[in-house]
Design a protein around this ligand. Structure first.
Ligand SMILES: Cc1cc2nc3c(=O)[nH]c(=O)nc-3n(C[C@H](O)[C@H](O)[C@H](O)COP(=O)(O)OP(=O)(O)OC[C@H]3O[C@@H](n4cnc5c(N)ncnc54)[C@H](O)[C@@H]3O)c2cc1C
Length: 288
């Protein structure tokens, strides 16, 4: 059933500090509203649990892509369209551009924000695997200051995260000059477009004469949160990417993930697909 519109309130402060002040005065009562592409789905189906929202859309200081010597900082309000079009991201963080290109359709890409994708905390979200591969950090701001946290470890459980009710995600920081990484991204859904992931896989490996010097494996829709498969990474580190290594890595990986049956897929299907994607990633990386 649709929501009753007059039961909701949206404030549009003209200044960011006013918005932060509102969030801190009544923590948990006022909730951030960015592109609204997740929130409006809940609103339309009568399942939006909160009533009061702070509109962030006009805060240009939380939007855009800034390049420094050591990092790229992506404002939380940056849309998927902006991400795909950015030349530095295309060159240095192609996985993120691929994830953005496979998120929803054009309308969602024009309005949906990367900060909203993270804060929504869906285990099926498509940008988190790419951010985990790139060792992203989050800058969180509140009326009392700011802090920077590693994105790996930010999600602590299903829809749970290290974000206080008075805080906003302000920026995502990606470290540059990480050396030569071979990267891989693949989203598997019911269709090629406008589908929620059954499995979303992002990988990166640094190879030295066929040996995996460093490796990142991040995957969505196989656990209550998007995960880094650290045990699989540990197993692969220092090994040649040959058939026996890949075959054993499939087993380590299968033990590390915990997919569930739901309306979109079965646990068995997700586990097998995730293993196949790991194998494809390692096989392709070895031939590039
Ligand atoms: C048709 C359709 C297709 C979609 N397809 C995909 C898809 O393929 N892949 C995918 O991953 N997602 C998909 N989505 C989900 C959605 O578009 C993304 O999660 C989007 O990035 C959410 O961003 P938003 O700005 O619209 O968030 P909003 O809806 O505004 O907010 C989402 C949540 O984040 C919080 N929030 C927003 N910004 C901040 C911030 N800066 N700091 C703290 N909290 C914040 C809000 O309070 C809310 O809880 C789809 C949605 C639709 C409607």
């Amino acid at each position: 059933m649709r929501s009753f519109v007059p039961a909701f309130e949206m404030k549009t402060p003209s200044r960011l500090d006013s918005a932060l002040e509102l969030l801190s005065r009544e923590p948990g009562i006022w909730r951030p509203f960015a592109g609204g592409t997740d929130l409006m789905v809940l609103f339309e189906s009568g399942k939006l649990p909160h009533r009061r929202f702070v509109n962030l859309w006009n805060f240009n200081e939380l939007r855009g892509i800034e390049v420094t010597r050591s990092h790229i900082a992506i404002g939380a309000l940056t849309t998927y369209t902006d991400i795909q079009r950015d030349a530095t991201l295309q060159r240095e963080f192609p996985l993120l551009c691929k994830a953005a290109a496979e998120t929803g359709g054009v309308a969602t890409q024009n309005r949906g924000t990367i900060g909203g994708n993270i804060a929504n905390g869906s285990p099926a979200a498509d940008s988190p695997p790419a951010l985990l591969v790139f060792d992203a950090e989050l800058e969180l701001i509140s009326a009392s200051g700011s802090r920077r946290v590693s994105y790996h470890g930010f999600h602590t459980g299903y829809k749970q995260m290290d974000l206080r009710a008075d805080e906003l995600i302000a920026r995502i920081w990606l470290p540059r000059a990480r050396g030569a990484w071979k990267t891989y991204f693949r989203k598997v859904g019911t269709r090629r477009a406008q589908a929620i992931s059954k499995v979303c896989f992002a990988g990166g490996v640094q190879l030295d004469k066929g040996i995996a010097r460093d490796v990142r494996v991040a995957v969505g829709s196989v656990a209550p949160i998007v995960i880094r498969a650290v045990r699989t990474e540990e197993y692969l580190r220092g090994k040649p990417l040959e058939a026996s290594t890949i075959s054993h890595a499939r087993k380590v990986f299968a033990d590390e993930i915990a997919p569930i049956d739901d309306i979109r897929s079965t646990s068995r299907y997700r586990r097998t697909v995730a293993q196949n994607l790991l194998e494809e990633f390692l096989t392709i990386a070895n031939t590039l």
